[in-house]
Design a binder for this molecule. Structure first.
Ligand code: PTJ
Length: 259
């Protein structure tokens, strides 16, 4: 990720370079143009969260590792933003855990599916679903193109990871009895509230931590973690962090709010 206009010394160089990687993703037909707006919303929440993984997010990541570890048919849904933001780390996790990656798009076109599949394969992905039309089925109750899924992936999955979602799908998947893990920086989104496990963190920081916790999982530990996990508590903690973090930071940095 890099853009010649952005000096490496710029205090927000990394964040700006990520924007440019997504802009390039749109130019290359990988990311949806709306993906840039979705990213902007995510950036705003990340800013409010101090751009770091909080304890409540790590708790949710540990629960995600436990859910994937104990699942019979886990799957990770991939869209045009994740394909640009974290292809290396996502593929590394998928290959290591044998959890397949299924391309499932809101703004679905066959061209975008092929291009995203190319990105994943270039990074060495062994398990890519959602590309073979003969394996596609349509789920009931979904109005968007997200209804088109792979029979070996989302259709039969018991645990589905849905990063950067757009709403109705999570509610439907949960209604179907599937466990949904989402990664969404906005704890107030419909997806965040409907999911069984909500990781309020940047997808950029998610997969390395998921890998670490997955590697140290055991069946007994996974069961205990899932029995004790409370997603409402995680969402509450994230809202508290958003409302207190910046007040504290601003007081310290700029002496604001002091009379
Ligand atoms: O590639 P497609 O066609 O499947 O389309 C994908 C997008 C992202 C365009 C589509 O799913 C969409 O419109 O999503 P929304 O409704 O804008 O929701 C995206 C959510 O992801 C928002 O709640 C954002 O706050 C959040 N988000 C954005 N960037 C990140 C993020 N969460 C975690 N990490 C991020 N980097």
């Amino acid at each position: 990720m890099g853009n010649e206009a952005i000096p490496s010394t710029h205090p927000r160089a990394q964040s700006l370079n990520i924007r440019h990687a997504l802009i390039q993703g749109v130019k290359d037909g990988i990311t949806a143009d709306s993906g840039l707006i979705a990213h902007g919303r995510g950036e705003a929440f990340d800013y409010l969260l101090g751009e770091r993984t909080h304890d409540f997010a790590e708790k949710a990541i540990i629960a995600s590792a436990a859910a994937l570890f104990t699942a019979k048919h886990p799957v990770i849904s991939v869209n045009g933003n994740t394909a640009i933001l974290c292809p290396k780390e996502m593929v590394e996790f998928s290959n290591m855990s044998s959890v397949p990656l299924e391309i499932n798009l809101f703004y679905r076109t066959s061209g975008r599916i092929e291009k995203i599949a190319d990105v994943l394969r270039k990074h060495g992905a062994k398990y890519v679903l959602g590309v073979n039309e003969e394996e596609q089925v349509e789920l009931d109750g979904f109005d968007s193109y997200r209804r088109i899924v792979d029979r070996n992936g989302i259709e039969k999955a018991d645990v589905v990871v849905v990063p950067l979602e757009d709403g109705d799908r999570t509610e439907n998947l949960v209604r179907m009895g599937k466990t949904v893990v989402t990664i969404d920086l906005n704890p107030l989104s419909r997806t965040s509230i409907a999911a069984n496990i909500t990781v309020v963190d940047n997808i950029l920081r998610f997969f390395p931590l998921l890998k670490k916790h997955y590697l140290s999982m055991t069946p007994e530990r996974a069961k205990k973690i899932l029995d004790e996990y409370d997603n409402k508590q995680v969402l509450q903690a994230s809202l508290e962090a958003i409302s207190t973090l910046w007040r504290d930071e601003l007081v310290r940095k700029y002496d604001l709010f002091h009379q």
